[in-house]
Write a protein that binds this ligand. Structure first.
Ligand code: TXA
Ligand code: MG
Length: 344
């Protein structure tokens, strides 16, 4: 009797672990014949790839696919939705995603492909998902060197890719390091040996005729000045430019935002989650459900669109149903708290 009972218990434990998300991570040498093809197929299907670039390995996903981008945050265990760099295959792809002026063109011409990320106004109607850009009107672009460029060209879409390490750990500069940090959470790792540079890209933002240095890197101030003739300046203190997601009331919509709402007031605009009805929801002016099935990945992918939809001057009150504080829920709730914070 005892052993008969023990067997199903063991089986259900294993099933539970499989459901918890362990996936098989395939490591493929970058020089193998089908490396580009297999990586493109994986990315096209919404998969995540540890991708070599000349700076560090990236945790890459299709920047136009919200659920793939949500999985990037989930795999990294990032507690907030910082905007991610969009990697492009060439300047034509970049020009479809952002508004380039002469200075931006000069930077791209001089430093791409290479370790420089340029933050520019986003072009209208781009297919880039708002979770990639953190809902910002700007976009960070970089054309990496090497096989990553070939893969993006073949995919025909930009790749979102933060460094391929769990949040809070050092950036991965080898396939083995990516495997140790993210194995079981991503589909593939492409092994091209140690990263050539081993340091993340320099990030600059073109703003009011100046170059704001958001992150120092191998492309130095002098080279940036020489390429453009522009002054290279540090971000204004307290501007929150460097990490826009950290501004307390960033992305706040016009109306007030109430979180963890268990009673909807008549006329509220409701952001719902899951299938349990919130009391009073019948009286809501409009309801957007982040994920009727209660899937946090889907909810993350829909979050910025939901906030944008209710960001209208005539909307005074937005109510948000409780969202579980687990996995991606932590980053979702972080962003909602910023939206709800008192306005500065
Ligand atoms: O070398 C690199 O840049 C590597 C490789 C993989 O390309 N990528 C990388 O990405 O370091 P990540 O996500 O770890 O760093 C992106 C930085 C973040 O600090 C983010 O705040 C900033 O870029 N960023 C992204 N979009 C931005 C925007 N629109 N405005 C300001 N900062 C932005
Ligand atoms: Mg990083």
């Amino acid at each position: 009797m005892t052993s008969e009972r023990a067997a199903p218990d063991v089986a259900s434990v294993c099933l539970g672990e499989a459901r918890a998300g362990a996936i098989e991570t395939t490591c493929l040498p970058a020089e193998s014949d089908d490396a580009v093809e297999r990586t493109v197929a994986c990315l096209r299907g919404g998969g995540l790839v540890g991708l070599p670039t000349e700076t560090v390995y990236g945790l890459a996903g299709d920047a136009t696919n919200g659920e793939a981008v949500a999985r990037i945050f989930e795999a990294k265990g990032r507690p907030r939705f910082n905007p991610l760099i969009c990697h492009v295959s060439d300047r034509d792809m970049a020009a479809r995603l952002a508004v380039f002026d002469d200075m931006a063109r000069a930077l791209a011409e001089r430093f791409w492909p290479g370790p420089l990320t340029i933050v520019l106004p986003q072009a209208g109607g781009t297919p880039v998902h708002p979770l990639t850009t953190g809902g910002l009107a700007t976009i960070a672009l970089r054309q990496p060197k090497g096989i990553a460029g070939d893969i993006i060209a073949r995919l025909g879409r930009p790749l979102a890719a933060p460094s391929a390490n769990p949040s809070g750990r050092v950036s991965a500069t080898s396939a083995g390091q990516v495997m140790r940090g993210l194995g079981g959470r991503i589909e593939m790792i492409l092994d091209a040996g140690p990263s050539e540079l081993g340091l993340e890209s320099t990030i600059v933002k073109l703003e009011r005729g100046r170059l704001v240095l958001l992150r120092a890197g191998l492309v130095g101030r002098e080279a940036l000045h020489e390429a453009t003739g522009l002054a290279v300046v540090a971000p204004d203190a307290g501007s929150g430019i460097e990490a826009p997601g950290q501004l307390r009331s960033h992305y706040a919509p016009h109306g007030s935002v109430r979180l963890d709402v268990t009673q909807v007031e008549p006329g509220d605009y409701l952001i719902a989650f899951g299938d349990a009805p919130v009391p009073g929801a019948d009286g809501a002016a409009e309801i957007v459900n982040l994920s009727p099935s209660g899937d946090l990945r889907e909810a993350a992918a829909n979050l910025f669109a939901a906030l944008a939809r209710f960001d209208r001057p005539e909307i005074a009150r937005i109510a948000v149903a409780p969202i579980p504080q687990e996995g991606l829920g932590e980053a979702i709730n972080d962003r909602l708290r910023r939206a709800a914070a008192p306005r500065d």
